[in-house]
Design a protein around this ligand. Structure first.
Ligand SMILES: Nc1ncnc2c1ncn2[C@@H]1O[C@H](COP(=O)(O)OP(=O)(O)OP(=O)(O)O)[C@@H](O)[C@H]1O
Length: 276
């Protein structure tokens, strides 16, 4: 059943039947300060559930900072930032949100399987969960296509393979929201395509929401929804099709450039207005 906002209605844990399911992420007037700089300024956007939202923008525009805020690891976050209906960083979100940083976080002196066994043991400790843990570990390794490397030391893998071990760790708990910071950077085209196929099957078959950052505009075409960022602000929050149509562009890259020019013109007009 859909409600007026386009979100399905269901009974959220502890909620009333018929209440709308909150979006995966809802931000309003979100501001983040890092050191002396305001890195994110007054952001307002929504990330829908069960879809792939691409977070795109040039290097340094604030993508990682926004992802850290959503994952609850960023200090000095002001404004509204709700994740799966709770304030970002809420302890109840720990098992519901998977976050993969740009730097792979795996133990180099353990094999792929040992890394996953270790994290699976933290998620579901105890002897009685051993069978379940084994299944989850095998599934996560297969998901990221590392079955043939399961017994290799993580330290002996390539950078791209290590990133996929990190992704497999995040998949272990079957999170409702996966926040992936530049997961395809440095991967060859075949692996990039395979990862995008995995992202689509996670969304379609498991209902997972994915927020995927990239500074490569052609990856935008693979997303259901886009958040285009520039210099700490959201330029657009729309589908690739709508963005292309609205700006009369052939590609999302062209649409992005169009929006940048539009924002510059508006900023110049505002400056002229205030100096009059
Ligand atoms: N610890 C910090 N103190 C002050 N400023 C910081 C800090 N970390 C990042 N910044 C600044 O915040 C801005 C946003 O950084 P962020 O890493 O979020 O960008 P990004 O879009 O993810 O870039 P990239 O694609 O290169 O990873 C940058 O201008 C960066 O210089």
């Amino acid at each position: 059943m859909m409600n007026y906002s386009g979100y399905p209605t269901s009974r959220p844990p502890g909620g009333q039947e018929g209440e709308p399911t909150p979006p995966a992420v809802h931000a309003d007037d979100l501001t983040v300060v890092r050191g002396p700089r305001t890195v994110l300024r007054g952001l307002a956007f929504t990330v829908p559930r069960g879809r792939i939202t691409g977070l795109l923008g040039p290097s340094g525009c604030g993508k990682s900072t926004l992802m850290r805020a959503i994952a609850g690891t960023q200090a000095k976050v002001a404004g509204t930032l709700n994740v799966l209906g709770r304030p970002a960083g809420h302890p109840a979100l720990r098992t519901r949100v998977g976050y993969v940083t740009q730097a792979p976080s795996v133990y180099a002196d353990l094999t792929v399987r040992q890394n996953l066994d270790y994290f699976a043991g933290i998620l579901a400790p105890g002897r009685s969960a051993a069978g379940h843990r084994g299944e989850n570990v095998a599934r996560a390794i297969a998901d990221v296509d590392l079955t043939t490397h399961a017994d290799s030391l993580a330290g002996n893998l390539s950078g791209g393979q290590r990133s996929r071990v990190s992704l497999a760790v995040a998949l272990l708990g079957a999170p409702e929201l996966l926040v992936l910071d530049e997961p395809t950077v440095g991967l060859d085209p075949v692996l990039r395509r395979d990862l995008w196929t995995l992202f689509h099957s996670l969304a379609a078959d498991r209902g997972t929401t994915l927020l995927v950052s990239s500074h490569v505009m052609d990856e935008a075409e693979r997303c259901h929804q886009l958040l285009l960022m520039r210099e700490g602000e959201v330029l657009a929050d729309d589908t690739p099709d709508a963005l292309r149509t609205r700006t009369g562009s052939e590609t999302v890259e062209e649409a992005f450039l169009h929006l940048v020019d539009e924002a510059r013109t508006q900023a110049a007009a505002r400056t002229k207005e205030t100096t009059r």
